[in-house]
Structure formats: C-alpha cells, structure tokens
Ligand binder design. Structure first.
Ligand SMILES: O=C(O)CCC(=O)C(=O)O
Length: 293
C-alpha cells in the first residue's frame, strides 16, 4: 500500500485498487461463481436450514459443499453464498493472496485473519440497504494511533466483470468513518441518501473499505446481474462476521484446511498465534459445523 493509497484510505475510508486480479484469475473466478450460483439457486429454499444467530435471515446449509446460501434468483432479489472457500478449490488463491495482504497488513495492526467470505449475486432491480458510518465502537471501528491506521473489520470486494453506474455499483458516503453523528436520513435506500456515490469499476479491480464507512449498493438498473466476491479481515480474535455464523468459529471444512499451506491456515486461526504450536502439518483444522444447523 503506497503513501497516496494510505492517505486516501485515511481520508475517505475506501480505495479502488485497479487491476488487483489478473485476467486469468478473473476468468476462473467468474466461471466458478457461475457454476456455484447454478447449484446454490436450486438449494437456497431447501432443508437443512438455520437462522442467523443475529436473527432475521434464514439460510440453507449445504453440508456437502460447506456453504450457507440465502435469497433467490428473481428480479429485485439477491443470492448470498457464505463460506464459499469450502465450495471450490478455485477460490484458494484468494487466501493469502500477496497483493491483497499487502493492503490488509498495512491497515490492521494486529495479526489479521479472514472473518468473512461471501459471494453476492445481485439480480436486476436489487439494491443493498445503506448501513454503518458515524461513531462506531468495537469490531467495526476505524482507528488511527501512533502506529498509523488501526482498523478493526475491513473488506476487499473483488469484481469479475465491469460495473457501471447502472449496474448496481457498490456505493459509499465518503469520510463517514470520521463522522461524529449518526446519519439523520430516514430509511436505508442508498439511491436517496445525500452524499452517496457509486464506485464504478472494471473486471479485475477491487475495493478496499473499512466497515466503519457508510455504504451499500445502488439499485441495479441494468439487465445484467452483478456478481462480486467479498472477503473480510480483522484482528485474529474476531470471530466469523458472516451473517449465517455471526460470532461463531470460522467454518472451514477439514478438506479445505487440508489443502491450505501453513500461511493460508494462519488466516483462519484465532489462537494460538502460530500454527506449529498446536497442530502439526495436515492435522485437524478449525471446528467443524455439523449437520444439525
Ligand atoms: O456490494 C454491495 O452491494 C454492498 C456490499 C456490502 O454492503 C458489504 O460488502 O458490506
């Protein structure tokens, strides 16, 4: 992360990183997402189901695939697939992805781990309601101290196709991570919120932002479905920030863990700080979520 990127991130709470993924990676991700979408849409309404620990949203637990899915493929709706790392080894390169980690390690002071993994498939007519911004304490806080930027949860959003102004771009109210007031505007409609801007991108670009920033997704007014990959990071003690498994242990199947290098495994390890202290190579991974959920 260079000096200008650091300055801009501190100033407005997000940066767009052009060309973070190679053309080959974009192609592979786009194909993998398409295939996963086809499977997930047929499962989304099926058993077994679980409600998010924070209430509200119900998910299908795909036990074989190791992921949670909510939503439906229909106008105005979205399909969200959480814990997608379990679903296909094609996602493995995103774990300990050196260009990404150079950003994460610059803004998360404690050892960073992955706490969130979701694929968002936003069909025409869909929008993502505005959330966050203003004074926030705890796990979504943006901070700055004598060592520099000190973020709690941040996200990298990867784009596998171009997203123009009509395609439901990710949107932000810049600099609201430093706002001393909660937004006074009623409702959560990002299209109507003063100060909200859409961030247009090309395939291969990524957007890095702190969860403290007020953000959402403008209505997708095109006839194209918007597909993105979101990966969240934060200090190692932070539990899952996926909605289906909020504040639980990370959901990584033993077979996923077994594929990973020691460095990749570290990104899912809350404690102890080094892998070797507890497990030898190839031994059991983080806690598995069983079929009862
Ligand atoms: O991309 C979007 O539509 C919104 C994403 C979002 O809210 C998030 O990643 O926290």
């Amino acid at each position: 992360m260079n000096e200008i990127e650091m300055y801009e991130f501190d100033r407005v709470a997000y940066i767009t990183v052009r060309g973070l993924l190679t053309d080959k990676q974009v192609k592979s991700l786009a194909e993998t997402i398409d295939a996963l979408e086809e499977e997930a849409v047929t499962r989304a309404a099926q058993q077994p189901r679980r409600e998010s620990p924070i209430g509200g949203i119900e998910y299908h637990h795909n036990v074989e695939g190791g992921y949670y899915v909510s939503g439906a493929r229909e106008t105005g709706n979205t399909l969200i697939i959480e814990d997608f790392f379990n679903a296909d080894p094609a996602f493995d390169f995103l774990v300990d992805h050196a260009p990404t980690m150079s950003y994460i390690d610059a803004i998360v002071q404690q050892r960073a781990t992955i706490n969130n993994s979701e694929i968002r498939i936003r069909y025409p007519g869909n929008q993502t309601g505005t959330h966050m911004g203003g004074p926030i304490s705890g796990k979504h806080r943006y901070g700055y101290d004598q060592r520099g930027i000190n973020c709690m949860m941040v996200r990298m959003v990867y784009f596998v196709h171009d997203v123009g102004p009509e395609d439901g771009p990710f949107c932000v109210v810049p600099a609201t991570h430093k706002s001393n007031m909660v937004s006074p505007y009623p409702g959560r409609n990002p299209d109507e919120e003063p100060g909200m801007i859409g961030l247009t991108v090309k395939a291969g670009d990524a957007i890095l932002f702190t969860e403290n920033l007020r953000h959402g997704g403008f209505t997708n007014r095109s006839d194209r479905t918007r597909k993105t990959v979101h990966i969240g990071y934060g200090p190692f003690w932070m539990k899952s920030q996926n909605i289906a498994t909020m504040d639980e242990d990370q959901y990584l199947l033993p077979r996923t863990y077994a594929r990973y290098t020691p460095e990749q495994r570290q990104l899912f390890r809350a404690w102890p700080p080094t892998l070797e202290r507890e497990f030898g190579e190839g031994e059991k991974g983080p806690q598995r979520h069983d079929n009862d959920r």
